[in-house]
Design a protein around this ligand. Structure first.
Ligand code: HEC
Ligand code: HEC
Length: 261
């Protein structure tokens, strides 16, 4: 701890020099402490910054499942660092204002999540695919280019969301909607009422898709009412229509949809 190299043999630095140096050392102490408890810091930062979307163990919530040995986008340390720092454009993964050393410690912690035994998703994806067909989910969702566009494309849903979130999406769709998702009820000045999903909006116009998949664009002065229905979804709960085995199968099918690798 005592400064050994500096101050020695330099006339005049004496007490003041050592005093100044130990002041600097004291001040610098927390930095050294951070280095030592890096892993603890990574865990704490992860829990406060990431856990709400990725779950405390990396396998829950709206985020991608991080508790797996290989990640789809964060293929190496540099990619992992960049993703945590900058987020992923065009997705719900945000960038963060953290310092590089904080990002490194979170990245180190995320890598430990990949060493946890991979989660066993119960259910059979092949049977799940037949459940998906029978319930006509394709009325609103597209997989491999087939289906409707009222709901989000599910091509890579298994890579973007955890199994826990996918299960919740079937049982309680309104519990956790995609960012920016907004259902609208619109009444036109000629008294037509339409319900749909907002696609775009600016000061003068609004574009949306009704629940039959038809696209509309209106000038706002053509409309009487624009009712924003946050936290509402046209997707109903499938809880009553699925046995728990069928739910497991359907979740396994959704988890298997990883898009182009
Ligand atoms: C608002 C929710 C949200 C927050 C907060 C969030 N993430 Fe994400 N993250 C996501 C989503 C959603 C994806 C999937 C993006 C996609 O591929 O469409 C993702 C993807 C990732 C990926 C890429 C996974 C892969 O398969 O390669 C990593 C790594 C990641 N997040 C780490 C973190 C870390 C670390 C934090 C905290 C600093 C964090 N995320 C905070 C939502 C979030
Ligand atoms: C009436 C149209 C409609 C039908 C039918 C429908 N969905 Fe949805 N679904 C939506 C909409 C809109 C959303 C986005 C809002 C939300 O999360 O509820 C959504 C969301 C989802 C999500 C979450 C997507 C995400 O990014 O988090 C999943 C998974 C999903 N649906 C699967 C299914 C499955 C499986 C079926 C069939 C059992 C189904 N949906 C039937 C309209 C529909």
């Amino acid at each position: 701890m005592r400064p050994r190299t500096m101050g020695r043999g330099v006339p005049g630095i004496g007490a003041v020099g050592v005093g100044l140096l130990s002041f600097v050392m004291l001040w610098a102490q927390p930095l050294f402490a951070v280095q030592v408890s890096d892993e603890g810091q990574g865990k704490r930062l992860y829990e406060s910054q990431c856990g709400s979307c990725h779950g405390p163990l990396g396998n829950g919530g709206k985020g991608a499942n991080l508790a797996q040995p290989r990640l789809r986008r964060a293929t190496d340390d540099q990619a992992l660092f960049n993703i945590i720092r900058r987020g992923i454009r065009g997705t719900e993964m945000p960038g963060s204002p953290l310092t590089p050393s904080q990002v490194s410690s979170i990245a180190a912690y995320v890598k430990t999540l990949g060493r946890i035994e991979p989660e066993d998703v119960p259910g059979d994806g092949i049977r799940g695919e037949t459940v998906y067909a029978r319930l006509n989910c394709a009325r609103c969702h597209t997989v491999s280019g087939r289906g409707g566009s009222v709901g989000p494309d599910l091509d890579d849903i298994g890579a973007r969301r955890s199994a826990a979130h996918l299960r919740e999406a079937l049982i309680e769709p309104e519990a956790s909607l995609p960012n920016g998702f907004l259902q609208l009820r619109i009444v036109t000045k000629d008294s037509r009422t339409l319900t749909g999903i907002r696609l775009n909006e600016d000061g003068f116009s609004i574009q949306f898709r009704d629940l039959a998949g038809r696209f509309y664009s209106f000038w706002k002065d053509e409309l009487d009412t624009i009712e924003q229905q946050w936290q509402r979804s046209p997707m109903v709960s499938y809880e009553a229509r699925l046995t728990s085995d069928q739910t497991d199968d359907l979740v396994a099918y959704l988890v298997s949809l990883k898009g182009a690798q």
